[in-house]
Write a protein that binds this ligand. Structure first.
Ligand code: AMP
Length: 115
């Protein structure tokens, strides 16, 4: 059996996280190593390893995650100046936790392109 990811363990309440939002489909919490004044991770409760593992049945879930991101960004005061939503897919793109997640980052000027 494969080890549960750290995010699955957060979903299951086995390890703590600084949760800012949760509902029956997703969870959002502060990144433990923030790269911006606001750096929040939004994850589905469903175990999906990456974008590359999505199926058509996940279509509604992904839309929901983006509306949650929009809501959190507004609550965090990011909407006016702008924010970035990042999803690393695969090791070569920097993905380290293989449970789908979106990084919501803002609160400082963000450079483009990212490294
Ligand atoms: P990625 O590199 O896109 O897979 O992003 C994984 C993110 O998870 C990194 O930004 C980590 O800092 C963050 N992270 C890892 N463990 C935890 C944790 N226990 N609580 C919150 N964030 C975490």
């Amino acid at each position: 059996m494969t080890e549960p990811t750290i995010f699955k363990r957060i979903i299951d309440g086995e390890i703590p996280a600084s949760i800012v939002y949760e509902d029956d489909r997703c969870l959002a919490f502060h990144d433990v190593a923030p790269q911006a004044p606001v750096h929040i991770l939004v994850i589905p409760r469903k175990e999906i390893a990456s974008v590359d593992d999505l199926t058509p049945e996940d279509e509604g879930l992904i839309g929901h995650l983006f509306l949650v991101i929009q809501q959190i960004a507004r609550e965090q005061g990011l909407a006016e100046k702008g924010y970035r939503v990042i999803c690393n897919c695969g090791e070569g793109a920097g993905q380290t936790v293989f449970h789908l997640h979106y990084h919501l980052m803002g609160g400082r000027d963000l450079q483009w392109p990212p490294g």
